[in-house]
Design a protein around this ligand. Sequence first.
Ligand code: UDP
Length: 326
Amino acid sequence: MQILVTGGAGYIGSHAVKLFLERGHDTWVYDSLIYGHRAAVPAGRLIVGDLNETHRIDQVLLEKRIDAVVHFAAFAAVGESVQQPAKYWQNNVVNTLNLLECLRRHNISRFVFSSTAATFGTPEQMPITEATPQRPINPYGVTKLTVEHALADYARAYNWGFAALRYFNASGAHPDGTIGEDHTPETHLIPLIIYAAMGKRPHIEIFGTDYPTPDGTCVRDYIHVCDLAEAHLLALEKLQPGQQMHYNLGIGRGYSVREVIAAVEEVTGKTVPIKEGPRRAGDPPVLVASSEKIQKELGWKPCYMDIKSIVASAWNWHRAHPKGYK
Ligand code: UDP
């Protein structure tokens, strides 16, 4: 396939691009580099552009004879989406709809979309299946769910085949050590704990110790970024015209914040200084995915099934790249 990956210089996108190229797909990255990293993209594969430049996108679709698009480019900070919803509606919804129109102009109808566990809000029942009602509780989740709805309409009316993949907590790094997680500012738990272990930060703050969980801290389903990349490729390869795929992606097991800290201490051999703090607004106590549907229907299976192996791959990256891509 000739694949265009928007946001392919970002954390999850770059892992997908590496996999698509390894599997022989002619893959191109379209990324604004606002958050993405030039060094995360193989030489000669990057087109720098913003999602709002539809003429550029039209040109790329034509020149590269693209026949499928994987759309990672989006803003993804929950807290910021509450403070600045306009930024999220503009980029995650308006720019995405403009991208969909570019694809329609070029008769491209195969599309894989980065969705999120945040589309579910705070469900009572665990694990979260594809039948769980989607009731997002922040603008980020709402914008992602809005695009899921648009895609369903496009599939019905225009015979598009699309996959909406709802990631739980993406984590880890490529085992070859060449690409990994580098966000500015960093807000994610695993890199922040590793920074505390390395002495790059004074401590890790635990956001809430009074949750109704076994050790009082939040439980999340951490999924390795390479396993996520595989799910995108499987979906791309199996999509049929008119087909709607919705899949939750996690390993089906949750780990508490304290368990993740213990895993980092074990993997790095270092003590992590801890500060216990208040809850972070909007954090549900437990989020765990059921990924049975994608396992059954597409034969996807995560390779990284425990937190220690995920943390070990992240540690491998951070140790070799203490300043990230800089
Ligand atoms: N968390 C924490 N301290 C931090 C960052 C995160 O205790 O400095 C907790 C957070 O409350 C959540 C979990 O770690 O329960 C994972 O947070 P992250 O921001 O990595 O991902 P999210 O679950 O918000 O998508």
